[in-house]
Design a protein around this ligand. Sequence first.
Ligand code: TPP
Length: 314
Amino acid sequence: MLEARLLEEKLAALYRSGKIVGGVFLGRGQEALSVALGVHLRRGDIYAPLIRDQAGRFAFGDTILDTLRTYLGSSLGSMRGRDGNIHRGRPSEGYHAMISHLGAMVSTVCGGLVAKRFRGEKGAVGATCIGEGGTSTGSFHEGMNMAAVENLPLIVVVANNQYSYSTPNDRQFACSDLLSKATGYGVAGHRAIGNNLIDCLAVIGEAVAAARRGEGTQLVVADLLRLVGHGEHDDASYIPEAMKKSPLGRDCLELARQSLIEQKWLSDDEAGSWHEAVEKEVEETASKVLREPAPDPSEEDWNAFASPSLGRNP
Ligand SMILES: Cc1ncc(C[n+]2csc(CCOP(=O)(O)OP(=O)(O)O)c2C)c(N)n1
């Protein structure tokens, strides 16, 4: 969570200084929910993160170095400088590159899980995340329905951050509770407190375990608030102050730090040294990556799934 928070603060600064081309979309306030999914996945599983899932990406094995290389367009990154920000992944390791079209990744994870079933691979699960706005799309519906009918071990985590860009929930869906969608699809439903790390770990842990036990598709809904705009170009002025000050608006990173200290699992000094160490790593890595070469279009023969010139699958 701390790595995601501090790296994203650096990305925002690089964006404002014109060093990052394209958009920057941050997960501030959603790190607890995101990381709770990432840590419960293991090698052989499929993970398809979305724009606010930097914390989950780190938990699944992504690195500060590769993230910065992608954002800064370095030819040494896993996307070789061909993508501007979040569409990075390593398909051969079950880490799907993000698709922007909301809901589309539910089906790509279903496809990966069906492929595993055909190959006789057992015990793996697939997981993806989506915002509450994304649950209104046709792709989400098709993917969820297919997962339910096929009884696939899929976990879909819905981060209900109350706004889809600037559209509030009452203009987004008419059901009183998003969790009722689980009943509609015939899948198991779980509710997590989105800014409470301990609760997210317990609820998502149970959802992942149920999918692994063969109990089919699991839908997790978590209420929270994003503590930034939709992207760095948006000031989130449409979110009412009262909502920002409500329990929904409490910062999950600060809450997690407080509860670790209360439990005596962490001291103030240790928390401070973690912060310093991550900040140093982010700064040093950014300085290094800023000096790395951009891709040369006349030299490259790269494609998304195989790279003969590198002799490896990115
Ligand atoms: C099918 C589709 N429609 C529209 C968009 C443009 N778009 C990108 S993010 C976004 C808002 C998403 O809101 P939500 O799903 O609630 O997630 P959040 O940004 O709040 O995390 C929209 C409309 C898109 N990417 N895909």
